[in-house]
Ligand binder design. Structure first.
Ligand SMILES: C[S@@+](CC[C@H](N)C(=O)[O-])C[C@H]1O[C@@H](n2cnc3c(N)ncnc32)[C@H](O)[C@@H]1O
Length: 741
């Protein structure tokens, strides 16, 4: 594993001191440890952390395989709250050691249901520097396949959804220009159901201005009188890059790496970062990251953005994550001008002068590929470089931006400067603003006019077309009829996704649903949307929060290429003739709906009941012990919720209450979570897969049931690799159990 040009190029960049070069290259040639995060709700993450620490670490400690001592999994030291883990064993050990097989089986099942996310350690870094709060408006500009999006969602949901007020008031837009990858993103993100989530499919470098409708008052005063631009508190630019920091897992890069790749990406990377700078709210923060070691894709992009937007500065985050070993950003570098790694030109001018005059106009390199004259003053050392040999990871680059002068101060100074245009007015010259005020056009309340992009400007123009006004995106949305989301005369007919239609709170199907499921009066009926061409309450109901609803209604969903929004919470099943339709809460939507279900509606059950429900598809009501038997027999057929109470039994411990959906037919009941979730739950609680599906699978394959009860997949077969994961439908499967009619 070597590449002469890689070696020559990075030696020339002096990214690593000479005496570390050997260990840097050695680390690049070693396989990457397996790393994963505990995801999902805090409750589950906590339970899994305890399970790994108390069950699997002792099981795997001091393990000797073929004469070699195998180290047990360890926590990644710099990751907060002990939520990230790593282990480094060969595939052979995973396949052959019974102890590791068992651990691996646990990982596979929890990954399947979204409680564990396999993710490269360094890829976990950017969201940690974003400090996302539940009220933040966040955009992930280049989000697919979505491992960082998941982290951002978790941060947005830091309060979980145990009460209605802990559903985040902010939003997260995950965007990617590739529609296939955007579907993947939707699928991955469905693991963390969020009413605050949206997915768009746009080129981030020309991301359009999104509008927010006028909000009238906050009970005390008028906040805004006109529609405003949606500005973001946090923006992640995890841009497309040459990816040579991933050499340890993508071995093909050794062969195909060549230095011009980075040169070619520099322009797009810069445009995405600059677009982000124009979409940032006053006190916002941008994190720019790549999995490339190349300064042309990193410091050069950062330096160019800072010079074009001098109101921004790099944030010193050296105190954050103190256990993370990092190196400062570079202040000098030497772009190559050809594939042969010619890095001899120390400036753009020197390079241009070296060319015959008739060739100069063909040059694709830009001045910004080289270090700017003021590189020493830009605090590029505040960028973070992570190298593989420092802590056995991949390579990575992160830079964090904020505005140098608080935005309002800038605007104030600009106003004062204009008022006091007369140089004899006594304002000292030094106090006058030395920034390009054109870049400051996008303050809240104004439309973006600064981006020289047709698409963006057209999006603005949309706002003022009479048709658009007539579409009532600004009318009071919560009364009267169903509100179709914003769609203007300039709708993009090439966009084929289903529309997003909010039901009127007095829609008869919605009222029936609320009544049947006994939802409280605080259930946000006005934030329920459906997705079908006619906007009818046909089958699935999605829930958004109020901010997401405002954004959908104020913007044309085809122009913002909105692929998904909110979370699917309830499904409607048409009943036989003469009967009412039946609604049921979906397993994936339960955490979101639970705050609106009163406790008296929820049945309580014990561990034994849970075990029986895992072991059988449709156990008879009469087969359960009291008091659960009487309680379930007294209830009518349809959707029910059951709380399994925390307890410790002979077999195991349920450390916290577990709330799950049930379906009751005439005489039997069934747990309405999908097969994989049942298996994962069984393994987590009982150390073996007791489910019918597992028994059937074993029988089918003629396998003796292993002690774990499941066939073990190989490492590469876990579904959550950062690379290529299969997209499945829209990520919102209804298959969360089978209803027995
Ligand atoms: C490094 S990957 C992002 C990885 C992702 N943040 C994660 O953690 O899973 C870069 C992504 O940028 C997307 N992309 C490429 N050009 C883009 C553009 N102009 N606008 C938006 N996304 C773009 C690619 O499709 C790719 O999914």
């Amino acid at each position: 594993m070597d590449n002469e040009r890689f070696r020559a190029y990075y030696k020339a960049q002096k990214i690593i001191p000479d005496d570390e070069w050997g260990s840097f290259m050695d680390a690049l040639r070693r396989p990457l440890p397996t790393t994963f995060r505990l995801t999902g709700s805090r409750e589950i993450a906590h339970t899994l952390g305890v399970t790994i620490q108390k069950i699997y670490v002792p099981l795997l400690d001091n393990l000797v395989f073929e004469g070699e001592t195998i180290p047990p999994p360890t926590r990644i030291p710099w990751y907060p709250d002990e939520l990230a883990w790593q282990f480094n064993v060969s595939k052979k050990v995973l396949r052959k050691s019974p102890e590791f097989k068992k651990f691996h089986s646990f990982l596979v099942h929890e990954t399947e249901v979204g409680n564990i996310s396999r993710q490269e350690a360094v890829s976990m870094l950017p969201p940690l520097f974003m400090d996302v709060q539940p009220h933040h408006k966040v955009i992930d500009m280049c989000a697919a396949p979505g491992s960082k999006t998941a982290q951002l969602l978790e941060a947005l949901h830091a309060n979980d959804t145990a009460t209605s007020t802990s559903i985040p008031s902010g939003l997260l837009i995950a965007n990617d220009t590739d529609s296939r990858r955007s579907h993947l993103l939707i699928h991955q993100s469905a693991r963390l159901p969020s009413p605050a989530f949206m997915v768009t499919n746009l080129d981030a470098s020309i991301y359009p201005v999104l509008k927010l409708p006028a909000s009238h008052n906050d009970n005390r005063r008028v906040v805004k009188k006109t529609p405003s631009q949606l500005l973001f508190d946090r923006i992640l630019c995890d841009v497309p890059c040459s990816g040579d920091g991933t050499l340890r897992k993508n071995l093909g890069i050794w062969k195909r790496w060549q230095p011009m790749d980075g040169n070619g990406l520099h322009g797009l990377q810069g445009r995405i970062l600059q677009r982000a700078m124009r979409m940032l709210a006053t006190d916002g923060r941008i994190v720019y990251s790549t999995c490339s070691l190349n300064p042309v894709e990193n410091e050069a992009v950062v330096a160019a953005a800072l010079n074009l937007n001098p109101e921004f500065e790099l944030v010193d985050v050296s105190e954050q994550l103190p256990q993370l070993i990092r190196r400062p950003g570079l202040t000098t570098w030497s772009p190559t001008v050809d594939r042969a790694v010619n890095t001899s030109f120390n400036s753009y001018d020197a390079y241009i002068q070296s060319l015959p005059e008739d060739k100069r106009s063909d040059v694709k390199l830009m001045e910004t590929h080289w270090p700017p004259g003021n590189a020493e003053t830009l605090h590029l050392e505040r960028c973070m470089r992570i190298y593989p040999h420092l802590q056995d990871t991949g390579g990575f680059f992160v830079a964090v931006f904020e505005r140098k002068i608080k935005y309002r101060t800038v605007l104030y100074i600009r106003k004062r400067t204009a008022e006091d245009a007369d140089p004899s007015n006594g304002i000292p010259e030094a106090k006058k603003l030395k920034v390009d005020t054109d870049t400051l056009m996008e303050e809240p309340g104004h439309e973006c006019t600064a981006t020289p992009n047709v698409d963006t400007v057209m999006m603005d123009a949309d706002a003022s077309t009479p048709e658009d006004k007539g579409k009532s995106t600004e009318r009071s949305p919560d009364v009267g009829s169903t509100v179709v989301c914003g769609q203007s005369a300039l709708a993009d007919p090439s966009f084929k996704e289903m529309p997003f239609t909010f039901l009127a709170p007095d829609d008869s199907a919605l009222l029936a649903c609320v009544k049947q499921l006994n939802l409280t009066t605080s259930f946000p009926s006005s934030n329920v949307l459906v997705r079908n061409p006619a906007g009818e309450p046909v089958r699935s109901f999605y829930l958004t929060n109020s901010l997401v609803k405002s954004v959908i209604q104020a913007n044309d969903y085809t122009r913002m290429r909105l692929m998904a929004s909110g979370t699917k919470v309830i499904t409607k099943q048409e009943a036989a003739r003469g009967m009412d339709a039946q609604f049921r809460v979906l397993g994936e939507g339960l955490p979101v709906v639970l705050p609106y279900i009163t406790s008296d509606v929820i049945m309580c059950a014990d561990f034994g009941t849970l075990k029986a429900l895992l072991q059988n598809y449709y156990p008879l009501c009469a087969s359960f012990g009291e008091p659960f038997r009487s309680e379930i027999e007294a209830r009518g057929p349809g959707s029910h919720i059951v709380r399994f109470l925390a307890e410790t039994s002979m077999d195991t411990t349920l450390s916290r209450d577990l709330v799950l959906p049930l379906w009751k037919s005439n005489v039997s009941i069934s747990l309405m979570i999908d097969k994989k979730a049942k298996s994962a739950l069984s393994l987590r609680l009982f150390g073996e897969d007791l489910t019918v599906a597992a028994r059937e699978q074993s029988k089918k394959k003629g396998l003796a049931v292993l002690s774990t009860g499941v066939e073990v997949l190989a490492v590469g077969e876990t579904r959550d690799s950062e690379d290529d994961r299969e997209a499945e439908n829209d990520g919102h499967s209804d298959d969360d159990g089978e209803v027995q009619e």
